[in-house]
Design a protein around this ligand. Sequence first.
Ligand code: KIV
Ligand code: NA
Length: 279
Amino acid sequence: RKKTTINTLQSLYKKQEPITMITAHDFPSAHVADAAGMDMILVGDSLAMVALGMEDTSEVLLEEMILHCRSVARASKGAFTIGDLPMGSYEIAPEQALESAIRVVKEGRVQGIKLEGGMEMAPTIERIVRAGIPVVGHVGLTPQRQNTLGGFRVQGKTTLGALKVLEDAVAVQEAGAFAVVLEAVPAEVASLITQKLRIPTIGIGAGNGCSGQVLVQVDMSGNFPPGRFLPKFVKQYGDVWGESIKAIQNYKSEVKSRAYPAPEHTYPMPPEELIEFDK
Ligand code: KIV
Ligand code: NA
């Protein structure tokens, strides 16, 4: 598979062909996403929850993001791969953000970075882009700011709110981001914003009028125990948890009953050698 570049993504956008993006957090989850032909892989800071078992994304460290980026990058042969800047690694100043972005690209081996925020992040995005690192913006619901937003709430539901999301998306575009994630905004708002921008919008909980879509891989593949809460926008395309637990339970019961390992999984010893050994 040929490596997807920023030019490939541009031409998909020009053709109005939806851009496909999915998260990955390690070598196997990136390997399968790349083999399935995803245009983009995101090492999202959602790995704090789905790969590290943390409460929310605020806990994950830059060093941890870099480690996960490194393992994802080794499997991302075709997909254009982006790493999230985690909370605390970019808000202080553009120089701090640039330093973190350089580490994620240089040590994490990904092609670009994503950071959350709109107008207030414009100088930061500009600084990173000027250094030659592609940036994806992220506006609407920005999970790193859940404590300010009052939880995971849909953004832009009022005229004023929608204007704010639009202003943020435009600011991110003017700062030089090559794409912007729109998270949890009404479909009508996301569509209008997409029409007003000249960079692709990647929607998550933002309807089908965006230039592309992104989902968290463990959510869409059903790799979680039954009964877990899922946001409205997630479609579960598989039952990876169900397949895994069936396989592991079968393994367990075959070990307990000695059905496994069977002769075909076992190395035999030549009988004459065995006679000698048994003496
Ligand atoms: O961290 C993440 O997985 C993300 C996507 C949901 C956009 O930022
Ligand atoms: Na994220």
